[in-house]
Write a protein that binds this ligand. Structure first.
Ligand code: NAI
Length: 344
């Protein structure tokens, strides 16, 4: 089985080569992203393997079908870059629903601690033998309230980590998880209450029509002054212009972003020798209380192994049995796994 692997990075190859070789799947690595201009590279392959910033829109799906390709294997959990409605009945879409919720949740806490304890500033100062503490005052997390939006796999691990810090947790989910609430320690509340009461807000829900720009000017108005916004989920959950305005007005105390709405042409690449065209991102990065990482929350050895293993199993299962438990299906609401191929 030959798979065209788009947006390939050096750190992808060892685990995909190893699991692929074990199961008779060979990957041809293309550094370019999949889009309308590059889709013809998939000619002659049995399937394509894509990541978060590859484009799987209607023209790409139609062209893949024209090339006789029956399967798109996402090597990530989110699938907002796939036109699921258009894919229905034409091409099968497989994903890796979970690879390491710990990787993302732990990175979220790393960003929060870095931001509020100014570790990023201290690191640079001490490299220059500047041991002054001025401007490095942080605050305790113990006793603070964190609002967690999305209590799925990652949100729940993040809640556990926050519990360890002695934080009070307010949660919101469209589909609350039974058994998560713990009296006053962990409570599901309305979004409005979460915005009004939280010192820190962390986003762990998927990007959908409902959640697009969930953090915007109006919702920031409902927040406490000095609120810390954490986004390690998807960029477009946050209206970045409104966030910048909130930072300039001092309403937002800090923001930690592993994702950004317009990240697809920038993140994962070395742009250090280029003029930054995106003024909004440049302005956000220039702020002392904003930390941006380049969609790296998933990037642990454990997660890379799990991603490769599950992707290869998905492909093998699909080609051998036409069934894959990790197939996505638009008919089943576009967001839930289903018994898939039956729906086609
Ligand atoms: P999950 O599917 O286990 O949990 C998502 C939760 O969001 C579910 O409980 C669901 O009910 C809830 N939800 C759905 N619609 C909602 C709405 N309108 N409002 C509030 N909650 C809603 O997903 P998981 O594994 O926890 O991942 C969460 C997100 O993290 C993914 O959608 C993905 O975008 C992002 N992610 C980011 C990574 C990174 O490297 N930065 C890596 C992996 C995932």
């Amino acid at each position: 089985m030959k798979i065209a692997f788009f947006d390939a990075k050096p750190y992808d190859r060892p685990s995909f080569d190893a699991y692929g070789a074990e199961h008779g799947v060979s990957f041809k690595y293309f550094e370019t992203k999949l889009n309308e201009d590059t889709v013809d590279l998939a000619k002659g392959f049995d399937g394509v393997c894509v990541f978060v910033n590859d484009t799987v829109n209607a023209p790409v799906i139609d062209r893949l079908c024209g090339l006789g390709i029956r399967v798109v294997a996402l090597r990530c959990a989110g699938f907002n870059n796939v036109d699921m409605k258009h894919a229905f009945g034409k091409i099968h879409v497989l994903r890796v629903p979970a690879y390491s919720p710990y990787a993302v949740a732990e990175h979220t806490m790393a960003l929060l601690l870095t931001s509020i304890r100014r570790t990023h500033k201290a690191y640079i100062r001490s490299k220059d033998f500047n041991f002054s503490l001025s401007g490095l005052t942080g605050f305790d997390l113990h006793g603070k309230t964190v609002g967690v939006i999305g209590t799925g796999r990652i949100g729940r691990v993040f809640i556990d980590i926050c519990k360890g810090f002695g934080m009070k947790i307010l949660a919101f989910d469209k589909y609350p998880a039974p058994g998560l609430e713990e009296g006053e320690k962990v409570r599901y509340v309305s979004l409005d209450e979460l915005f009004a009461q939280s010192d820190v807000i962390s986003l762990h829900c998927p990007l959908t029509e409902d959640t697009h720009h969930l953090i915007n000017g109006q919702t920031l108005d409902k927040c406490k002054k000095g609120v810390v916004i954490l986004n390690t989920s998807r960029g477009a959950l946050v209206d970045a212009e409104a966030l910048l305005a909130g930072i300039k007005s001092r309403k937002v105390g800090a923001a930690c972003l592993d994702v950004y709405e317009e990240e697809s042409d920038l993140f994962f690449e070395d742009n250090s020798g280029h003029i930054m065209e995106d003024d909004l991102l440049a302005r956000l990065i220039s702020m002392p209380n904003v930390i941006v990482t380049s969609h790296q929350a998933f990037l642990t050895e454990e997660a890379l192994e799990n991603i490769a293993e599950t992707t290869v199993k998905n492909l093998v299962g699909f080609f051998r049995t036409s069934q894959c438990p990790n197939e996505l299906c638009y008919r089943c609401s576009g967001a839930e796994d289903c018994k898939n191929s039956k729906c086609f």
